[in-house]
Design a protein around this ligand. Sequence first.
Ligand code: SF4
Ligand code: SF4
Length: 376
Amino acid sequence: MSELDPKFVREITKFGAINFSACYNCGNCTAVCNLSENQANFPRMFIRYGMTGQPEKILNSKEIWLCYACGDCSESCPRQAFPGDYMAALRRYTIAKADKTGLTRLLFTNNPFAILFTVLLACLLGSLVLTVKSDEAVARWLFTYIPYEVVHNIGLAVFILTGLTMVAGIVSFIRHIWNPGNIGSDGNKPVISWPKVVKALKKTGIELAAMKRYQSCDKEDDSYWKHKPWLLKPWFVHWCIMWGFLGLLLATVLDFIFKNPATMMWLPSRLLGTLTGILLMYGASIAITYRLMKLTKTYSDGKLADWFFLVFLWIAGFTGFWLELAVIVNADTQLNQIIFLIHTVISMELVLLFAFSKFAHAVYRPLALYLYFYHT
Ligand code: SF4
Ligand code: SF4
C-alpha cells in the first residue's frame, strides 16, 4: 500500500476539487458514468484514494485520463461532491507533479501569479517579435533601452527551457503510469506483445480521431445533451478545438518551410490553415458560450487556466482570419501591424504557457489511453 498523505484532501482542493469529502460512497457516479468499467472503476474509487490520502495511486493511474469531464456524474451526485470536477482536479494535479520546475503548480493554483506571468511573458514575446522587425519605430525605441541581444537570448532560452521541461514532464508521467507492477501480475518481467501494441495503437488512433468514448457520454436518458444536435454536443466541440489547433500548428510549420505562402490562398497549407481555423473558432466560441451560460455543472466551474486557454485560442483564431483578409486585400496598415503582433504573441503564448497545462494534457491523455488499451 502506498504511503498515506493526510494533507491530500486540501492539496487536491487547490487544483479545483469541490466538496469531494462530502462523498458517502453511494456509487451513483460510477453507475451513471458510461466510461467506467471493471478495469477502470471511477470516479468513486478515486474519491476513496483522495479521502484516504493515497496520491501515488492517482499518479500511477491511467484511468483518470479516460474521463472526458462530461459532468454526468456531478449531476447525479446526491451529496454535491462534484465527482467530475474532482477527476479534472486529479488530472491537473498529475500534470503539476510531472513538472519539476513547480511552474505548472503555480499556474493552476495561484491566479495572481498566473496573470502576472502571462503578462510578463507577453511582453517578452512581443519584444522578441520586434527583434525580427528591428527597423520598426517601436523596435528602435525598445532596443535603445534593452540591448537587442539580451531580448533575443532570453527569448531563445525560454523556448529551450520550455522544450526541456516538456520532455522531462512526459518522461516523469510515463515512469508513473508505466508501472511494471501493473503489468505482470505473476511478478515476471513484462514482455512486449507486438500484436497488442498494434491493437492498442489502432484503438488509440480511432479514439482520438472519432472520440467514440466521449460520444457515449451523453447516451443517458437524463443527460442534458442527449437530444441536442451533434454539432452542439461537448464531444464535437472538444473535437473541433483539438483538431483545429493541431491543423493550425501543422499549417504554420508548412508556411514556415515554404517561406511566404501567406500571399497564395490556394496553397494546400493555406487551405489547411483556413479549414482548421474555422474548426478552432467554432469550437472555442461554443465552449466560451457554454461557460458563460453555465449550461451544466461542468461548464459552471472552471479554473482560470481553462478560461485563458479558450480565450487565447479564440483571439489567435480571430486575429489569424483578420490577417488573412488583410493579405487578400493587400492592406499593410499600422492597425494590421498591431494585429500581427497580437496574433504572434498570443500564438507563442499558447504554445509556451499551455505546454505546462492544456498541451501536457493533450500528450498525456493519448499516452494513458494507449497503455490502458494495451493492458485491457
Ligand atoms: S455519487 Fe457522490 S456521494 Fe455517491 S459515490 Fe459518487 S461522489 Fe460519492
Ligand atoms: S465526468 Fe463524465 S466521464 Fe468523467 S467520471 Fe464523470 S461521468 Fe464519467
